[in-house]
Write a protein that binds this ligand. Sequence first.
Ligand code: SAH
Ligand code: SF4
Length: 376
Amino acid sequence: MSSVDRIDLLSLTPEELRAALRAHFAARRQPGYRAEQVERWIFQEMARTFDEMTVLPVAERNALGEAFRIDEPEPATIQVSGDGTVKHLWRLADGELVESVLIPTERRLTLCISSQAGCAMGCTFCATGWGGFDRQLTAGEIVGQYRGSRRWAEENAYGPITNIVYMGMGEPLANRKAVHPSLTILNQGYDVGARRITVSTVGVVPGILELAGRPEQFRLALSLHAPDTDLRREIIPLEKRHPLPELIEALEHFDDAGGKRITFEYTMIDGINDDLTLIQPLAELADRVDAFVNLIPFNPIPYQPDWGPSPKQRIRAFESGLSDRGVAVAVRETRGRDIDAACGQLRGHTLVQIERHSRTATSGDAAPDPIPADLA
Ligand code: SAH
Ligand code: SF4
């Protein structure tokens, strides 16, 4: 069987995995407990090959290798920042590159993972957006970043991964076919609590509604970045398809679904979205869906050479303005700046260097245009 015909075990939910393995072993007249044995080796031992599954007879390991594969990405580079942030650049089976970032803080170890190779959304402040869309990741490629990062963290005394955020490359809700199973696999297979997993979206309304419909309490982060539709459409092309009023309605639905927390991400770009008059409308939106607001200083990207982060005082003014209006707010420091650990930056730089990207960034309207229908 060629590698494409073999089923990738890392892409299966625990239920699917058990069913596939039971059928496999039944056809080979093997006892039923073999399926549970392999399941344990996948989720608990994080085996990368069938040869590692030493509880199985050699003939069974070989037979598994003919029917299935375990496609874990290989690290292409690993960079450790002065502040302890770790960036993995993963090489996928077809040579495609994606990244994930481990962010240690006093009480947590957060893993930021990618959901697509590139991104089709074309937000003008985002390096990944400027690089364009390459392809969807499979559930196994998303989960593989967790497995590889967890292994690295264990080997390097970083401790267990406590939180996962879908804030690496790509728009997770434009890859729901893989992201939904990946959430199930991380939650049920690897035992990461749903409330410790956050899906970040730029506003894919059908995806928000789908996530609201799931019984688990996965968290949602909305990359808001502007509290009115005219300003937002200048920096986020998807705003034209799903404008703020529709988006907020979907968030209200998510909020009503019970026990589910919403965070607004607000990247502060000097002179673009940091006018003091925006504080009031931002507070009103946060109040409507009971959102927590994260203010993030813009991380400069080569595609927008004239854009910089808002000055510290401006960020503080937003923080106190929101807080005075009763909104829960925090200013997020940029981590791992020395290794470009923010948002598709490493791969972005690699592409710039290798391909000498032809796109020049001048103004907001240079944003890549329409998002293919199947991606939003
Ligand atoms: N596509 C999803 C998740 C990946 S982007 C989304 O947009 O939400 C993760 C976060 O990084 C988003 O909040 C995004 O707006 C932010 N981001 C992108 N480029 C940035 C930059 N140059 N500086 C600061 N934050 C940025
Ligand atoms: Fe894609 Fe998110 Fe970057 Fe926008 S901010 S281009 S949705 S990765």
